[in-house]
Design a protein around this ligand. Structure first.
Ligand SMILES: Nc1ncnc2c1ncn2[C@@H]1O[C@H](COP(=O)(O)OP(=O)(O)OP(=O)(O)O)[C@@H](O)[C@H]1O
Length: 292
């Protein structure tokens, strides 16, 4: 299975939200990463076939998804960023409704719904109204609906938003299990979520695909450039002027900062092993949302 994004551009009133993106996706997990407004949602909506590219096309095994039409949509599961729930529906009613929209038979749907409620740890909430759900529960229900038709292509727009750290670990493991013969595309601000499981990371900046590489390869770029340094608290402005400064921990009138620099930075500094969050800082010049 090969999903190809071929010179795809999407403009809104002449402004390019996605700008000439070309890449090929095969089974495995892809992490789509970029700051707010980078074009992640727009690209995912085009992959989910709910939005048409202004230019270029998306093909599955060489056939345009516009031509494949329902044959393509039958293969996809999509968690939109804002998964418009009906708050007066119960979890099971909502999933039944979504299953019906996907053309699933009642018996098949009921079996699958129980399976998914178990998988997403929502069994106890089966008959609860969605209006009473926490953000994390709603998110897990959204993931469940995306999995209803056992999709071969799974598109998840910020699936970890609203999940607590424990739920996130569960979700990461679930994705790794699901990957197998599926193409899974996940957008996230929490880049560390992708470190252990993404086959490749796609960095999107101002609509352009600036990098598509295995996490290990991307990390090599920063070998020897990540440092941990100790400094006085009042030296922080000078540090941020000279270096890309990531996580800062303050202690009394001192601080510890993670910085990216080609040369050894001032003061006492030790080299650190690069992590994906350093890559985020390196490419986007800003600290990503932290994990804790
Ligand atoms: N329906 C729309 N009409 C006009 N402009 C839009 C529309 N949807 C997106 N845009 C613009 O396109 C750009 C990319 O938006 P998009 O939502 O795809 O980014 P994103 O990377 O998903 O951001 P976020 O992380 O905030 O969700 C932004 O500048 C946004 O304002």
């Amino acid at each position: 299975m090969k999903l190809t994004i071929n010179q795809v551009t999407r403009s809104y009133k002449g402004k390019k939200a996605v700008d000439d993106v070309t890449c090929e996706l095969t089974p495995g997990v892809y992490g789509l990463i970029g700051p707010n407004g980078a074009g992640k949602t727009t690209l995912m909506r085009m992959l989910a076939d709910v939005l048409k590219p202004t230019e270029g096309e998306i093909t599955l095994n060489g056939e345009s998804i516009r031509v494949l039409d329902d044959r393509y949509r039958d293969l996809i599961g999509y968690l939109p960023q804002d998964c418009g729930f009906y708050s007066y529906f119960t979890a099971s009613k909502f999933l039944r409704y979504m299953a019906a929209l996907k053309g699933m038979g009642r018996r098949e749907a009921d079996r699958r719904i129980d399976e998914l409620l178990d998988l997403m740890n929502l069994r106890e909430q089966k008959h609860q109204r969605i209006g009473k759900f926490s953000g994390g529960m709603k998110q897990r229900l959204g993931i469940a609906q995306a999995l209803l038709n056992d999709p071969k292509i799974l598109i998840l727009d910020e699936p970890t938003a609203g999940l607590d750290p424990k739920e996130r670990i569960r979700f990461r493991n679930l994705l790794s299990d699901l990957a197998g013969d599926r193409i899974v595309i996940v957008s996230t601000h929490i880049i560390s979520d992708m470190e252990s499981m993404a086959k490749e990371v796609l960095l999107l900046k101002e609509g352009r695909l600036v990098k598509k590489e295995e996490p290990e390869e991307i990390l090599k770029e920063l070998d020897g450039k990540v440092w941990q340094l100790s400094a006085k608290a009042d030296e922080l402005p000078e540090l941020t002027r000279r270096y890309l400064v990531g996580r800062v921990q303050r202690k009394g009138d001192g601080l510890k900062a993670r910085v990216i620099s080609k040369e050894a930075p001032i003061g006492s500094a030790s080299r650190e092993t690069p992590q994906l969050e350093d890559i985020y800082l390196y490419y986007f010049g800003d600290s990503p949302e932290s994990e804790d």
